[in-house]
Design a protein around this ligand. Structure first.
Ligand code: IMP
Length: 424
């Protein structure tokens, strides 16, 4: 059996959590492969709205196995809170959740270093979620990090102290106060004890056993392709590989096992934090999208920047990920608009291009738009594809022609039920 991957094609917040939750019954295993508590995957069903940060979005489905892979960075404090909230909802987490020993740990000092680094950058700050993600991945690649498996060793505390000393020196050189550390450490060590009780596994072996025994696996991406450390709008990116290839390194799964790649995109675009956003609307239209789409961060509550759909960026993400199936989310948010605009090209130095150039940070691009008719009706009650208003059906058909990949799922609202699986 093979592994299907589901990931975001924009700057995150495409609605991945909901789609994983919808697809989860088709899979035996749902696995997270990168990122950490910077993610916020929102699921809505049976009158419940729930946000997951580290735990895969299959956790609510009976019989689903959920794996947090080696590519994820784990904050034990956040993870514990997340598990306790689920236990409060009678979700049998311990039966369904497995955590990789090779996942790196976010330490309290990583969070301080994240804040110190952003403060030093001033106006050039990334707009990080300040969850310690960047400094933890830096320690991983710098070969200094502590991993989940280390908490099973008697030497854990001394290793922790050694790394902490290094961090304290750094924080001193950055002139950043550490008053908060004592309280953070208390919570951290309590959470480490909690983490020890969970199912800690060699997840690369587990994943490959699942594949050999023909269990179906869905790898769930976090953030979005345009935030990828290699291919995103660098340096305004996150610190992991958010793309399909990240599922291989973040789970220990060979590329030949990857089958379908579900690419999720919104019918428009959003971005949280700083960085280039060619189709951003700093006007009443952008504000209207934010309001109608409730575009506020699930993790930080920050207002999201809003703009029209960007095809050069979307084509780029489809190419890098090898997307086989597209899912469009939130067309219902655009229901009030007479016209819908889509960026088909960029203009750069007087030239018209249809691809993502090397640098959109220092060489801004001007979007060229195509105007399409709006659907001007409520989509949230739609149950079948043949109920799509003509302009929406036309919008989807035009996108499929432009992108050369089928839009196989359309989400018309936050609830599980508001999902249309299109006929092939
Ligand atoms: P970090 O990953 O917290 O360091 O944040 C780096 C950049 O990625 C910032 O612009 C964040 O706003 C953005 N980011 C990180 N995680 C997410 C996410 O899950 N959704 C959307 N943006 C995110």
């Amino acid at each position: 059996m093979s592994v299907d991957v589901l990931l975001g094609l924009q700057w995150g917040d495409e609605g991945k959590g909901k789609i994983v939750d919808v697809l989860a019954p088709e899979y035996d295993v749902v696995a997270r492969f990168q990122g950490g508590p910077n993610a916020g995957h929102t699921l809505e069903f049976e009158g419940i709205k729930h946000v997951l940060h580290t735990i895969p979005s299959g956790i609510f489905r009976a019989d689903s196995i959920n794996v947090v892979g080696n590519g994820v960075v784990i904050d034990p404090v956040t993870l514990r809170k997340e598990i306790e909230a689920l236990l409060g909802m009678n979700v049998p987490v311990s039966k369904r959740l497995f955590i990789s020993r090779k996942a790196n740990l976010i330490l309290p000092t990583h969070r301080l270093l994240d804040a110190a680094s952003e403060a030093l950058k001033g106006v050039d700050k990334i707009g990080s979620t300040l969850r310690g993600i960047g400094p933890t991945y830096m320690d991983k690649t710098g070969r200094n990090g502590l991993r989940v498996g280390d908490i099973e060793s008697d030497a854990f505390t001394s290793r922790y102290e050694k790394l902490k000393l290094k961090h304290l020196e750094l924080l001193r050189s950055m002139n950043y106060g550490t008053e908060a550390l004592e309280a953070l450490e208390k919570d951290f060590f309590t959470a480490i004890d909690y983490l020890r009780q969970l199912n800690l596994v060699d997840s690369e072996h587990l994943m490959n056993k699942f594949i050999q025994s023909k269990r179906s696996v869905l790898a769930e991406g976090a953030q979005g392709s345009l935030l990828d450390i290699d291919f995103g709008s660098y340096p305004f990116v996150t610190s992991s590989n958010t793309i399909t290839a990240g599922a291989c390194t973040g789970l220990g799964v060979a590329p030949r096992h990857i089958n379908k790649v579900y690419g999720i995109f919104k019918a428009y675009c959003t971005r949280v934090g700083s960085g280039p956003f060619p189709t951003e609307l700093n006007d009443a239209t952008g504000e209207a999208i934010r309001k109608s789409g409730n575009e506020f961060g699930a993790t930080t509550g920050r207002p999201r920047r809003c703009g029209w759909l960007d095809l050069p960026a979307l084509r780029y993400a489809i190419m890098i990920n090898g997307v086989t199936d597209l899912t469009m989310t939130k067309p219902d948010v655009l229901s009030d608009f007479d016209d819908i605009y889509v960026c088909t090209h960029y203009e750069i130095n007087g030239e018209r291009i249809d691809y993502m150039p090397y640098d959109i940070v220092h060489t801004p691009v001007t979007p060229v738009y195509k105007k399409l008719p709006g659907w001007k009706c409520d989509l949230t009650g739609i149950e079948r594809e043949d109920q799509f208003p003509l302009p929406l059906a036309g919008y989807i058909a035009w996108l499929e022609e432009q992108l050369q990949v089928p839009v196989s799922i359309v989400s018309v609202g936050p609830n599980r039920k508001q999902t249309i699986i299109r006929k092939k």
